[in-house]
Design a binder for this molecule. Structure first.
Ligand SMILES: CC(C)(COP(=O)(O)OP(=O)(O)OC[C@H]1O[C@@H](n2cnc3c(N)ncnc32)[C@H](O)[C@@H]1OP(=O)(O)O)[C@@H](O)C(=O)NCCC(=O)NCCS
Length: 271
């Protein structure tokens, strides 16, 4: 059951403003080397997405410090299939000690979700959808369940949660993989599919690119940009890393050394 905590009276939810755009593009983690490693993909994606249906809200505390963010867009622009719903790409309340510090468990997440739902309703949406991991890490599906969301679909560890606003709303579904990268004779092919909105994915992509380059001419890095809707629909995959035909799939973003080791193992097999 959802606990009822009084919302701190001085906390505010605001739409992102130009002064906060850089903070938002760094997911509130300006202190993090990993965010720098993720490159400029999110900035570039945001520059294109902000003129479209993307909505971004921030939670700010009594000292005007941004503690949390939520970003959502029409589901027709998301990795899920549906109509007339909004899809939460990401909700994040800064939880690290570094930088701005830990803002979790003060009601910011709940307030951000409520504000996004109110906004989506006002925009005429039939409901809200969101992804969540079925295990207790990263963005948990169970957090959305506590806030009245139900499971609409599941693809491996990724649950697609949703909250209809009315009886007419239709449940969304995941768009499933439709195509797989191919290997090539005499070399190792590393394929990075990348949308650009998520620094965690962007960082893995950049690590793989760097590792592939360091391992020399026997390794080819191929980039597939899925922010182009037609490309995403052709593949049915938004963000993923494949070494030859095999997806590297393991919860938290894999470290550079791990990616390099995996590619190197394939290179050895060429001989
Ligand atoms: C999930 C998440 C958004 C929730 O944000 P949050 O601000 O911590 O959420 P809330 O404070 O509204 O609620 C969290 C808990 O704090 C409790 N809480 C809320 N207000 C409180 C208050 N004033 N005092 C004490 N506790 C409070 C809630 O009851 C809730 O408890 P429970 O979940 O154990 O039942 C946040 O934890 C998060 O960002 N997690 C990581 C998700 C992630 O990886 N996102 C990136 C995806 S790309």
């Amino acid at each position: 059951m959802k606990k009822n905590h009084p919302q701190p009276p001085t906390m505010k939810i605001i739409d992102v403003t130009p002064e906060h755009e850089e903070t938002y593009c760094q997911c509130l983690e300006e202190w993090s080397d990993e965010i720098r490693e993720a490159g400029d993909y999110k900035r570039d994606w945001y520059a294109r997405a902000k003129g479209g249906g993307l909505r971004v809200k921030l939670a700010i505390d009594e000292n005007n410090v941004v503690g949390g963010m939520i970003q959502y867009l029409p589901i027709e622009q998301s990795p899920a299939q549906g109509t007339g719903l909004y899809f939460i790409l990401c909700i994040w309340v800064h939880g690290h000690k570094q930088g701005r510090g830990n803002f979790q468990k003060k009601g910011m997440g709940t307030a951000l979700l409520q504000a996004a739902e109110d906004d989506a309703r006002r925009l005429g949406a039939g409901g809200m959808a969101a992804w969540g991991v079925v295990l207790p890490f990263w963005m948990r599906a169970s957090w959305f369940r506590k806030h009245g969301y139900k499971k609409a679909d599941r693809n491996g560890m990724m649950a697609l949660m949703w909250k209809p606003f009315g009886a007419d709303a239709k449940a969304p579904a995941w768009i499933r993989p439709r195509k797989k990268p191919q290997g090539a004779a005499g070399k190792v092919v590393v394929t990075g599919l990348l949308n650009g909105w998520c620094p965690a994915m962007n960082m893995v992509h950049e690590r793989a690119r760097r590792a592939a380059a360091e391992l020399g001419p026997q390794v080819e890095f191929r980039e597939v940009r899925t922010d182009e809707r037609a490309v995403f629909l052709e593949w049915g995959i938004s963000d993923a890393l494949f070494i030859d035909g095999r997806e590297m799939r393991n919860g938290p973003p894999p470290k550079y050394e791990k990616i390099k080791k995996k590619i190197a193992r394939r290179v050895k097999k060429l001989r």
